[in-house]
Design a protein around this ligand. Structure first.
Ligand code: TXA
Ligand code: MG
Length: 350
């Protein structure tokens, strides 16, 4: 259906599945979610089962009104009201203290709960017409890149869920930014479609940003349960060539690694950008440009499709460029680091 002016009657049909305990995949502005009635513990259990998701990795509560938000959380800090006012609906998830109304199954037994109001007409209508918040993780098999279109959902979950609401490609292509507002200063748990720069403006101070949130090797104790698992990984080995001081340096490093690996018998593909693609192509490498460095939103939008596609290129090694960790680039680098088996870092080690 049309993502901007969706057919409410068909969404109402999907909502009836939600109300009856079904699992419904639906588009949001970030990625597709796999949703169910947040008050139905049995349906929540099935979400974990069909995704093969570790049981301690909680879901996000998706709301469509301020009323639903106020029912879901307690001890709401001033900062949360600011976020609600300025960033919602939008790709920013807040972790707050869970109210007794929200079943503990939604957040894997934690005392907190992650909540967001998605900025997608289909998602908002689905929550509205279901008459309750929808609990949802991304609609992929655990460990795979999040789905940015209905085809991806079908690849992973066909036959084990009741409904896929297909509204084409999502808008951002990477998941929401998650910020923990139960601590001071607020802690950025996952960079995402909502930029840290914007978040900082709203909350009036910089959120804490750990190395783990940047996608480097996990800390001993994971702050956000979901962060400790390897994610987004293609089956093919992937090497990330981290930032050198110039794009020419990155190109040179990419080519050096590419040539050397080819000599060792690897079949190499270069994950790159519009600006650099021709150099690798000229040397005979298979290439996949993620978008233009002039606009990292283009890179974000094609990233997960690319990570899904590379396994079918008949290659044995993916060598990927790094991108600037600014704006949505922070989310892109987090996903690339998590997807890669190793990274060649200029100034930081995994
Ligand atoms: O954009 C998105 O966030 C998408 C769409 C569907 O809304 N959802 C999504 O959910 O990406 P997913 O699969 O990433 O799962 C929820 C994430 C996990 O990383 C989990 O660890 C974190 O949210 N999370 C949920 N509840 C939490 C809590 N109480 N404390 C800390 N992290 C939490
Ligand atoms: Mg996910």
């Amino acid at each position: 259906m049309d993502p901007i002016a969706p057919d409410r009657e068909r969404i109402a049909r999907a909502a009836s599945f939600v109300i009856n305990g079904g699992l419904v995949a639906f588009p949001t502005e970030t990625v597709y979610g796999l949703g169910c009635d947040c008050y139905n513990p049995e349906a929540i259990r099935r979400i974990y089962e069909v995704k093969k998701r570790p049981p301690d990795n909680p879901l996000i509560l998706h709301v469509s009104s301020q009323h639903q938000f106020e029912e879901a959380v307690v001890n709401i800090p001033e900062t949360a009201w600011k976020v609600l006012e300025k960033a919602w609906p939008g790709p920013l998830t807040m972790v707050l203290n869970r109210s007794a109304k929200v079943p503990k199954e939604v957040s894997g037994g934690l005392g907190s709960v992650a909540v967001r109001m998605p900025a997608h007409p289909v998602a908002l209508a689905l929550i509205d017409l279901s008459g309750r918040p929808i609990a949802a993780p991304s609609a992929n098999l655990s460990g795979k890149p999040s789905p940015t279109n209905a085809k991806h959902v079908e690849e992973d979950l066909s036959g084990v869920i009741e409904v896929i609401v297909d509204a084409g490609e999502t808008f951002f292509g990477v998941e929401s930014t998650i910020v923990d507002l139960t601590v001071e200063p607020p802690n950025l748990l996952r960079p995402g479609a909502f930029t840290v720069e914007e978040l900082r403006q709203i909350i009036g101070r910089p959120p804490a940003l750990s190395r783990m949130a940047r996608g480097f090797a996990e800390a001993e104790v994971a702050i956000s349960p979901g962060m400790k698992y390897r994610h987004y990984a293609p089956r093919t080995k992937m090497l990330l060539v981290e930032v050198a001081d110039s794009i020419e340096k990155i190109e040179d490093n990419m080519l050096a690694i590419g040539r050397e690996s080819s000599q060792r018998g690897e079949r190499v593909a270069m994950l790159c950008s519009d600006e650099t693609e021709h150099r690798y192509r000229n040397e005979g490498f298979i290439t996949r440009s993620l978008g233009t460095r002039q606009n990292l939103y283009t890179v974000a939008r094609s990233l997960f499709s690319a990570l899904r596609e590379v396994d079918s290129l008949g290659i044995t090694l993916i060598v990927s460029e790094a991108f600037e960790e600014k704006g949505i680039g922070l989310a892109i680098m987090n996903r690339l680091r998590k997807a890669s088996s190793s990274s060649m870092a200029a100034n930081s080690r995994r």
